[in-house]
Design a protein around this ligand. Sequence first.
Ligand code: XIL
Length: 376
Amino acid sequence: MKIYSSNLWTILAFALVVFSCTDPAEVTPELEDKKDDKDQAEVAIPLRELFKDYFLIGAAVTPQQTDLGTAHGQALKTHYASLTAENVMKPDALQRVKGQFTWDNADRIVQFAKNNNMKVRGHTLTWHSQSPDWMFYDENGDLHTPEVAMKQLEEHITTVVSRYKGDVYAWDVVNEAMFDWDPNGQIIYREDSPWYKIMGPAYIDSAFVYARRADPDAKLFYNDYNSIFSWKRNKIYDLVKRLKDNGIPIDGIGLQGHWSVNTTESDLRTTLNLFRELGVELHITELDIPVYASNDEPGSTEYNSTFSFRQKVAYSMIFNVLLDYSDIITNVTFWGIGDDHTWLDKPGRKAFPFLLDEELKPKPVYFEVQKLVQKR
Ligand code: XIL
């Protein structure tokens, strides 16, 4: 942690007072690591505190979780400095019917963030998925002309970004536009996206222009997954380079961070070094590390010491790297709050992908990460 030694002494003194004067039963339960390492009482430093000198730490949320009367609301307030709507700011949530916007759910998240001194990342304005059919198809089921589709894209982006002007500090303007698996780098764009089918990559450029026009102060991001792999990072690099060279307003790249316990340090560092050359900000936008070593590994509904060990190794490596790049990484957002709610869970196969457990208490891996931050 980048702290001065006097602060360090204050923290140590505080810890000493807590340990010497407090009956163990009185220690706030969420600050205890109950799952293992039982004999090693540790005090969790809230994540937003822990990372405050490096980057904003965030979580993806549902509107229901943004309620201080719930454990989720309390965990959010304690740990996170940035919120992303897991689903309710996507096009099909905000404009399911053409011309009819539904704001209630998104507003709830934005209001909670404002009340609790958090930033909001907007996710997402332009995507092939979770977007209403009317954006792409006419009443006969045929793709719109480029003119019609572009106009609708402009209206959607302008309306949404204007509503949250000043409240949403960064937008994922375009999500997942690059082709995913193509070792030879022949296929650049996701060609099965209806946006691409209608007008090729032109929608990408325009989306950024519309967003900038609606809120000149919002940071504008291109967001994608698998971005640490050679076959994709080069495409993302080329895209962002082209946008910048053409004067298209883009401020950053979002790396989704759906990584694994096998993610390699060299894939991460190579990618971060490459993206550094673009002179853009980087956000890790959807971090989650499931406990399985492969898709073939049998599923479990119990967290065990093997899982814990793997996550300690993986998360330590990952956060060490992210801290090394904290001059360009300005936000690291988990794709959920704690292990009770994650899009990765399947029946009989829980993913346990976060630092907080199903009760939103710090897991052993949390303390591992805490230690490495404190050592810096
Ligand atoms: C996921 C949500 O977590 C799920 O609840 C939903 O059913 C599908 O979308 N990449 C993204 C996110 O950019 O929007 C996705 O979120 C996960 C993958």
